[in-house]
Design a protein around this ligand. Sequence first.
Ligand code: B1H
Length: 837
Amino acid sequence: SGKEKWPRGEEKVWKEAMRNLDNDVPSIERSVVNHVQTSLARQAYNLDDTGAYQAAALSVRDNLILNWNETQLLYTKKSPKRAYYLSLEFLMGRTLDNALLNLGLKDQYNESVKHLGFSMEDILEQERDAALGNGGLGRLAACYLDSSASQELPVWGYGLRYQYGIFQQLISPEGQQLEAPDPWLQNQNPWELPRLDVTYEIRFYGNAERLQDGSGRAAWHGGQEVLAVAYDVMIPGCYTKNTNNLRLWESKPKRGFDLNSFNAGDYERAVESSNSAAAITSVLYPNDHTTFGKELRLKQQYFWTAASLQDILRRFKNTGKTITDFPDFVSIQLNDTHPTLAIPELMRILIDEEEVQWDMAWHIVTRTFFYTNHTVLPEALEKWPVPLMEHLLPRHMQIIYDINMIFLQAVEKKYPGDRDRLGRMSLIEEGFPKQVRMAFLACIGSRKVNGVAELHSELVRTTILKDFVEFEGISKFGNVTNGITPRRWLDQCNPELSALISKTLKLEKSVWLKDLYKLKDLLPYADDAEFRKQWVAVKQHNKERLARHVKTTLGFEVNTNAMFDVQIKRLHEYKRQNLNIFGVIHRYLTIKNMAPEERKKLNPRVVFFAGKAAPGYWIAKLTIRLIVNVARVINADPDTKDYLSLYFLPDYSVSLAEVLIPASDISQHISTAGTEASGTSNMKFCLNGGLLVGTVDGANIEIAEEVGETNVFFFGHLAPAVEELRYQHVYHPVPIEEKCPALANVLNQVSSGVFGDGGVYEPLLNTIRQGDYYLLSDDFDSYIAALDMVDKAYLDKTEWVKKSIRTTANMGKFSSDRAINEYAESYWNLESVKVPN
Ligand code: B1H
């Protein structure tokens, strides 16, 4: 009960026994060795790098736990408004280095582990990535957690504790992508705190019966019940004690096994249902931008939103406030439509359990939720079959029908007789089967809706949610341009550049890392020859670091005098890795046709690709295969290999990105205009002084606005032209030989077997010859022209370095601190709560 005396014993005794950690080098050494001896039960003579990593991690974790405790106690005492970020993906990467930097303890730990006979660099390499995400959407969630803690905002993340993260990618000798499981929890995970006592019951299936008492309530019973168990991941802020929480749910059976079957001797049957409970959080779905309508995925979504809402409500009720004040103390951000079930679930709890009337319940719900849309691609818009929903979540389906009926009545009232409009706006799409349109449900159930870059937010307003903008008014539909954390994506991944910036600005990094607009003060140094020399030296250092990585993982010797040209992201037709590889082939053929004397005038170029394809995405996998086989041919061709080489680096991850990004001279972000909602790696490259080659799409546009159009290489058709071009492709097709002879030649070379059996690639080549939905034939010539401009610009080294410096200097806007503050101020109405130092 809340009446218990605290502390149990004398406060004085507690105070004396409670200690702060000393973080001088000798104390750190004692702490690390203490963990070796006790937590790990090992000793100096048998301690390898893995053991040293574990001990160092446990020692750092002690600091995080104390800060976490203090932060959470303060939040509880003050009961401020809180915000919750619901995301099915958190792509965290490694934690140790990030924690050391945010705590400001990197130097002390460096020295300590060195003194104990280890190298920090080797220790850091022992950590496995926490890869609970597919790509940009999951990494954005991770950046926002870092920024929330750094900005001292009371924000918690909620997600799932998958046993297996995104699959490991292997590449067969033929260039085929193979998938292997990612058992990231095989070793102890020092960064999570199991809360085996924080559990909630979650129901599936069963029956929902409306009560006949006129209350509008219903009873949902029967079916399957499983347990959600909390695991807390500590999220340290940068140079602050504030340490936030990421709560991940694990599923487990409510009862160990079924006693009836067990007693009847049917042991397999007895554990069947417990296995199916554990299956819910077993694996992350690896397809980004496509939905498969699988029951297990819907189970994941409900399990996670239901557990999170129960937890949020319990915390709210502990403050003693009344339920009608809920939206004044709780904001919930929906990371895409994946957590949309939270809307009918909160309705269900309010109506069936809290006995709130429908109108009041809807009023509470629609002031609590905020919905971020991350894509307008039709195949990525979630729709769930009504029969599946009725079977798994019978009460929620009733509620969705009720929401829909009331909503459509209001639409009908505003637009009498407009049946087309009713059909377009219904939450239920007609068909066999009928489907629930989750984006529409998220939209009408939320206080605000936003896209993730200016162009994308405009496309949301004018395409997929056009009718809703007309009906609800434009002020509900906003934009928050994405951001990235400069802690991981500059200080951590590029320590040399970070040091050069601090030295030049004569500022502690603790200042400019939390106020990234300070980078503007680098602008005058673009004209300082000595500074430029140091800038180039940093880039060179990072290229050599990448070359060492390629040497140890693939065995190749990379030419570090070449221009490094990088495209790293999920494989998808809309991202147009195909355009890039066809451009490489074009370049190869061009060099091959040159006289040896001519060739000597060329800039050598090294092209890097990395990225995973969804396991069932055949065309994307074929693209990988083509890249690998083109690499095999051109890297071995004595005529060209000094001028052009190509590498596909397997198993792209956050940690690999940290090595690739600081080494790039140019990076490619070349989606068909209007398809890439924002992109965030574009920001990471530019922050590290790489120049951008890209289409006029997503956040590329805002990057160009900030750094100046003269510092980016834009090409291709603009978003408004795309629809018309696609129409032309279908109704007035022009043979590719006529329309774009250069591309036609490339395709023919592939067909004819220059890069191995041409027949293999026919399905891929045909996507361009027939239909060409992503407009490669429309953009190819201007793409090649842009790359020629890059070559010209690179010849003037001084001018190039100036561009690089000015790019970094103008990236202040893209800090995720700016983005999270926009959410906090304009959406959540959230204030910071600082833990005193
Ligand atoms: C983005 C997704 C996505 N947009 C469905 N949509 C998924 C959709 O598992 N699923 O079903 C998973 C992911 N991911 C990306 O979000 C955009 O393509 C990027 O342009 C954007 O930068 C990123 C963050 O906003």
